[in-house]
Design a binder for this molecule. Structure first.
Ligand SMILES: Nc1nc2c(ncn2[C@@H]2O[C@H](COP(=O)(O)OP(=O)(O)OP(=O)(O)O)[C@@H](O)[C@H]2O)c(=O)[nH]1
Ligand SMILES: [Mg+2]
Length: 365
């Protein structure tokens, strides 16, 4: 399962720098706007202490973490919805991702011009959110025009949709993202084909200068306030430091992070936040003790879904899954002991997989 987190922000906010830090890629980074045009896609391993602990217990030949895709998107500017900057093309790139990280520039650097002239991350966020909302408004209005002409032609099945579109339109026009509308799952599903940008889950990332670490300083605090008001999570990173530290030997990087007062790489926090945002869980497999592997699943998925992630044959010929929570296994300390104590459960295809489950699929094709 390959879910995508899109990095969105004004030009020069540090999106490509953060992308490089996350993916160890070398996307072009430069102190002028619109360095990025085509989106870059990279894969990041999801750090998971349970995987490390299981590896110490199982001693597999190979350990494979689960991954998330990160997409570095072109800078968004005011009036993008009217085609300014890279306009519509780039709004399409945002439409394609599953969740958004809004990167707000909080670092001071006279050599990197700010597109709006002055450093003000909350104003930048307001510009970004307005553009996304206006793009959605255009989407809704286009759909309204279609539905109204269908209704005029006597088609009655559009009555509910007309009411729903009116409601969303009103909310967006008042400057609110669609995400803050109270919608039940069925209604949300009906909006899905419209791919509204402001319906995507979102985190805020304050990109601060090195001298503002570890707390991030006043600007990051303001970003955190804005996020809290929107009911979203905010993270503070120094993308530049993380990108540079990525090239250092691990021990040196850890020592330098300690000096900066950082407990762990901020990148791990960004990735974990994205994981929470997308409501994902991890399950593990340990094929014959040879390969220990972590897999991604949407919360609420079944054992059959999990089997399908690993191999279509396992889903097709699914018999049962042997399951144990990784915490339980780690407490017991050995697979054999867990089996002897009856801690290994046999579950059927409808079993709802729990975060951290270690699963072994019995199948027959
Ligand atoms: N001092 C400092 N400079 C940074 C930081 N992050 C990015 N920069 C600099 O800001 C400039 C722009 O960074 P990019 O990563 O290219 O910005 P972008 O958001 O991808 O920009 P576009 O692709 O043009 O939209 C580069 O010169 C970076 O070196 C940071 O945390 N601190
Ligand atoms: Mg860029």
């Amino acid at each position: 399962m390959s879910l995508q987190l899109g990095l969105v922000g004004l030009p020069n906010a540090g999106k490509s720098t953060l992308f490089n830090a996350l993916t160890h890629a070398h996307a072009a980074v430069a102190p002028y706007p619109f360095t990025t045009i085509e989106p870059h896609i990279g894969v990041v391993a999801v750090p998971d202490p349970r995987l490390d602990a299981l590896a110490r217990l199982i001693h597999p030949d190979k350990v494979t973490p689960t991954t998330l895709q990160v997409v570095d998107i072109a800078g968004l500017v005011k009036d993008a919805h009217k085609g300014e900057g890279l306009g519509n093309q780039f709004l399409g790139h945002i439409r394609a991702v599953d969740a958004l990280a809004l990167i707000a520039r909080c670092f001071r650097n006279a050599d990197v011009p700010h597109v709006a002239g002055a450093l003000d991350p909350c104003e930048d966020i307001a510009v970004l959110e307005l553009e996304l909302a206006l793009a959605d408004l255009a989407t809704i209005e286009k759909r309204q025009a279609k539905v109204h002409s269908a209704a005029k032609a006597g088609k009655k099945e559009f009555a509910d949709e007309i009411a729903l579109l009116d409601r969303v339109r009103e909310h967006l026009a008042a400057g609110h993202p669609a995400r803050t509308l109270a919608l039940d799952d069925a209604v949300r599903a009906r909006l899905r084909p419209l791919e509204l940008l402001t319906l995507k889950p979102l985190i805020y990332v304050a990109n601060v200068g090195e001298s503002d670490l570890p707390d991030g300083g006043e600007l990051a605090a303001r970003v955190a306030d804005t996020a809290a008001r929107a009911g979203a999570e905010a993270l503070t990173v120094c993308a530049q430091c993380e990108m540079e530290l990525g090239d250092w030997p691990e021990a040196d990087a850890t020592a330098y992070r300690q000096e900066l007062g950082l407990a762990e790489a901020s990148l791990a926090r960004v990735i974990r936040a994205a994981y929470r945002l997308l409501d994902l869980i991890t399950f593990f497999t340990a094929t014959g003790g040879k390969e220990l592997r972590a897999w991604t699943l949407r919360r609420g998925s079944t054992a059959l879904d999990a089997a399908g992630q690993v191999h279509t044959d396992m889903a097709r010929g699914f018999i049962r899954a042997e399951v144990i929570g990784s915490e339980t296994l780690l407490q017991v300390g050995a697979w054999a002991a867990a089996r002897e104590s009856g801690l290994l459960r046999l579950e059927g295809r409808e079993y709802i997989v729990q975060d951290g489950d270690l699963m072994h699929f019995r199948f027959n094709v």
